[in-house]
Design a binder for this molecule. Structure first.
Ligand code: TRP
Length: 333
């Protein structure tokens, strides 16, 4: 295939935390599988990034398997996507170090995630936490990535990756493709069930505010029953009704019904019934994901085979970029 007709590349990294929310599912993961029709896609479990905060070894290992299984259960087909673990492909660490030397202290100091995380982990403000975005740039640039689907919270890191790539290209001539972010619009932003003006966050200490993809049906129903609404009783989408609007967004996502249809469906029926219906739709929508997850997580050998094949495939592409990088910098051999 000539370069002109080659498929464009999509890359995204996911933290090895097993507990993804319906916000992650509806806003991002569910759509990932669509890319594989049109693009060459790489999805990477970023264990090197994970150790910038302290991890319990057995849990990190377990979560790495779980994250892979969960993404596959959400629809990422291992035959159509390259699914792999970051530390299995040594070029990530290698290019990460190199890009550290082309990333400025001042740039890294401005990263809001670094500021937030160093406030949260004040006993462990390590150098890796600081240079995290340079490693993320390496992840992306190794695969000559065109498109990076990420949440809005990663926009600043992505811009840094572009800046570093352009800087490198300017010093040494064209080496890296300049990636574009693909940041889903707010229409699919899922809010907390307890505080519907804040985004649903997997680390929310109030567990009733968050619905996880792998929650049991009982948990899902209980959480929706307790969801904060308002003192009105009309199911209507409106800015001054953030709780109800959020539930309508979730219901729409799982049923495919429009907001108008939902308003009509619950006309005169009150919030109690509506919440039950949202809970049912969510539990039904997630049931196949959960069943597939249970099946996959019980089959470690299969997951390991997927990781191995993914790493081999990723290695092949990463190696090409690295040999270019090494040559341009002036490394011998
Ligand atoms: N930093 C991202 C996050 O916290 C994860 C990540 C690591 C990533 N490397 C990446 C995302 C490369 C996109 C591309 O969510």
């Amino acid at each position: 295939m000539s370069e002109m007709t080659e498929k464009k590349t999509v890359f995204s990294g996911v933290q090895p935390s097993g507990n993804l929310t319906i916000g992650n599912y509806l806003g991002a993961i569910k759509n990932f599988s669509r890319f594989s029709e049109e693009y060459k896609t790489f999805y990477c479990v970023v264990d090197l990034h994970a150790i910038t905060v302290r991890q319990v070894p057995a849990e990190l290992r377990r979560r790495t398997y779980e994250t892979l299984a969960l993404y596959m259960a959400c629809g990422l087909d291992a035959d159509k996507n390259t699914l792999f673990v970051q530390s299995h492909v040594p070029q990530h660490a290698e290019l990460g170090w190199i890009l550290d030397c082309y990333t400025m202290f001042g740039e890294l100091s401005r990263m809001t995630q670094f500021k937030d995380k160093s406030a949260k982990h004040s006993q462990n403000i390590n150098a890796g936490l600081f240079t995290y975005p340079a490693l993320m740039a390496a992840d992306i640039l190794l695969y000559q990535t065109d498109i990076v689907p990420v949440g809005i919270d990663q926009k600043q890191h992505l811009e840094l990756a572009r800046d570093v790539a352009m800087r490198f290209n300017q010093i040494y001539s064209d080496t890296f493709r300049i990636p574009e972010g693909y940041i889903p619009t707010d229409t699919m932003k899922i809010m907390s069930l307890a505080e519907p003006t804040a985004k649903m966050s997997k680390s929310d200490p109030n567990q009733n505010a968050v619905v996880y993809i792998l929650d049991s049906k009982d948990d899902i129903m209980r959480k929706f029953k307790r969801a904060v609404t308002d003192s009105d009783s009309v199911v209507r989408y409106s800015e001054d009704k953030p709780g109800v609007s959020n539930l309508m967004t979730i219901y729409r996502a799982f049923t495919g019904k429009s907001l108008d249809e939902i308003e009509r469906e619950f006309d005169g029926r009150g919030y109690g019934e509506f919440k039950l219906a949202v809970g049912e739709a969510c539990a039904d929508g997630l049931a196949p994901v959960r069943a597939e997850f249970d099946r996959l997580i019980a089959d470690k050998a299969y997951l390991e085979a997927v990781m191995k094949k993914g790493a081999e495939d990723a290695y092949h592409t990463a190696r090409k970029t690295m040999s270019k990088v090494r040559r341009k910098i002036g490394f011998v051999g």
